[in-house]
Each structure stands twice: as C-alpha cells, then as structure tokens.
Design a binder for this molecule. Structure first.
Ligand code: C2E
Ligand code: MG
Ligand code: MG
Ligand code: MG
Length: 282
C-alpha cells in the first residue's frame, strides 16, 4: 500500500518546482540573517545634470551579497522582504547607510550631492518611516535637502488622503520626494498636483522607446511638459545611448541616469567616479 502510494505520488513529483521551493525557503531563512551578517550593501548610480554634465545626485540601490548565491538582485528579494516584514529593518538600514555614506563623501570634499533612496509600500505606510528618516539625518548630520525618497504611483494613489499626510510630514523634515517609474502606474493627474512631489522619474521603458517609435517619444515629451507645468524636476532613467540623451536634452529633461554614464557601482568605485567627474557645489 505504502509502496503504491509512493509510486503514485512520484508521478506528481516535479523536480524543477521542488528545487525552486527549496531555494525560496533557503532564501527566506538566509534573508532573516542578511542584515546582522553584513551581507547587504548599497550600490550607487550617478544622476547627471543635463545642462552642465555634472554629477548632481545618485540613487542608492540595494544588493545582497549571498555567501553561496553571489550577488542577489533586489528584484528577487525585496518582495520577499515585504512579505516577511523584514523590509522595515532593511529599509531603515538603507536610509541610514545612504545618509552616512553621502555625508562621508560631502565631508571628504567630493561634492554636495543628493542621494535618492527607494521606499517600499509597507515602509511608506509603516509607523516607523518618519522616525527612521529623522534618526538617519540626525545621526549622519546630513542636511535633509540632500536626501530624496523615491515612491511609486501605486503607493500614493491608493489611500490618497493618508498619502498626502505622510508626504507632508516628510516634506516638513526637508527631504525631497520623487515618483519613481512614472508612467507605468495609474496616476490621477488631479491627485498628482496635490502631492508635494519634487521630482518625476520617467520610467526606463519610455526612454527605451524614444528611438523606436514616435509614440514613445511623444510620451516622454508629455511627461517632461507635465512635470514642468507642476514645477517638478524630471529625471530620465535607463539612458543607454547618445541618441536618447540628445533627445532628452532637446526636450528639456533636467537630469539623466543610466548605463550610458555608469552602472550602479560599489562605494569605492563611486568615489573614484566622483573624484574624476566635473565638480559640483551648492
Ligand atoms: P528602480 O528604483 O526603478 O531602479 C532602477 C533600476 O534600473 C536599477 O535596477 C538599476 O540598476 C537599473 N538601471 C539603471 N540604469 C539602467 C540602464 O541604463 N539600463 C537598464 N536596463 N537598467 C538600468 P536594480 O538595482 O536591479 O533595482 C531594481 C529595483 O529594485 C529598483 O528599481 C527598485 O524598485 C528596487 N530597489 C532597489 N534598491 C531598493 C531598496 O533599497 N529598497 C527598496 N524598497 N527597493 C529597492
Ligand atoms: Mg528608484
Ligand atoms: Mg525606476
Ligand atoms: Mg522600479
């Protein structure tokens, strides 16, 4: 009987799925310890002012240096960290590390740059956000205007009144606020004007389409014009070619970020980039 059952269940055994389930369980278990084991690191990608060509900011992008799997992309573990509730301590660590690193670079005379940090949905509505941002600024000594928080449309368009309350409190601290991946979510334009947002980041999918078709180009031009009419700055993400840059410059995009200039790099390499780039003040 047992043998028969065993044979039957063998039919349902799918080695591929099993391996994936195991890997997920392993990743979950390891993620719990990633912070205390110092396996999380930030990489930094420069943001370039289109007019001057100077590096004026950077985006901090999280990496997990797993002892066995190697470098794990945030696309693979952020959602998991959200589900597990780990995004709160991990997110606080990201904000704190970004502020400390930026202040260290400012003190070293490498320029006064803005650092952008991605927030996750649970972090945004969580009760600790204001506290972690305030603590990170105080501990690092970084002026609030050099910290930018990146949100997505879905995070602010759900419970609009609650979002406005949170955004206003963050603005009172003096930080900058940006909408990431703009154009990929559902934004109500009337709400957009009510949010105290400083920056729209054009999603890389539209930037990629600039050279491919007239519609892609039209969308980019519309977003730039929308942002400027709301007195917001525009950053284009995922700029990979000189053609894309030329188009963005011709249409008044303020800042650009992408492989054309640099991939996200570790702190040492970023320091090198800064040391050899045109200097900024302000
Ligand atoms: P994102 O915030 O939209 O970040 C931009 C992504 O595009 C990054 O991927 C970056 O490496 C990549 N990228 C930059 N330039 C180019 C380019 O020219 N071409 C292409 N093809 N890609 C480019 P990454 O680092 O894998 O991060 C993926 C996403 O993970 C981020 O998208 C963000 O949503 C999330 N993420 C990253 N770090 C954090 C974090 O600390 N906290 C949270 N909550 N999410 C994070
Ligand atoms: Mg981002
Ligand atoms: Mg983005
Ligand atoms: Mg994204």
């Amino acid at each position: 009987r047992a043998k028969e059952l065993g044979r039957n269940s063998y039919q349902f055994y799918c080695p591929e799925m099993n391996a994936r389930t195991l890997e997920r369980l392993q990743i979950e278990a390891d993620l719990r310890h990633a912070l205390e084991r110092n396996e999380l690191v930030l990489h930094y990608q420069p943001q370039i002012d289109v007019k001057s060509g100077a590096i004026v900011g950077m985006e901090a992008l999280l990496r997990w240096e797993h002892p066995v799997l190697g470098v794990v992309s945030p696309l693979r573990f952020i959602a998991l960290a959200e589900e597990m509730g780990l995004i709160i301590p991990i997110g606080a660590w990201v904000i704190r590390t970004a502020c400390l690193q930026n202040m260290a670079w400012q003190k070293a005379g490498l320029g006064r740059l803005r650092i952008a940090v991605n927030l996750s949905a649970r972090q945004f509505t969580g009760k600790d956000l204001l506290q972690s941002v305030g603590d990170a600024l105080e501990e690092s000594g970084l002026e609030a205007r050099y910290l930018e928080l990146e949100l997505t449309e879905s995070m602010v368009m759900g419970d609009v009144d609650n979002a406005i309350t949170i955004l206003r409190m963050l603005k009172q601290l003096g930080v900058h606020l940006a909408i990431d991946d703009f154009g990929t979510g559902y934004s109500s334009l009337s709400y957009l004007s009510r949010f105290p947002i400083d920056v729209l980041k054009i999603d890389q999918s539209f930037v990629r389409d600039i050279a491919l078709d007239a519609d892609g180009a039209a969308i980019v031009v519309s977003i730039i014009s929308l942002a400027h009419s709301l007195r917001q700055k525009v950053i284009a993400e995922g700029v990979e070619t000189a053609e894309q840059l030329a188009f963005l410059r011709a249409h008044g995009c303020d800042e650009v970020q992408g492989y054309f200039f640099s991939r996200p790099v570790g702190a040492l390499e970023f320091e090198h980039l800064l040391a050899h780039a045109p200097c900024t003040t302000g």
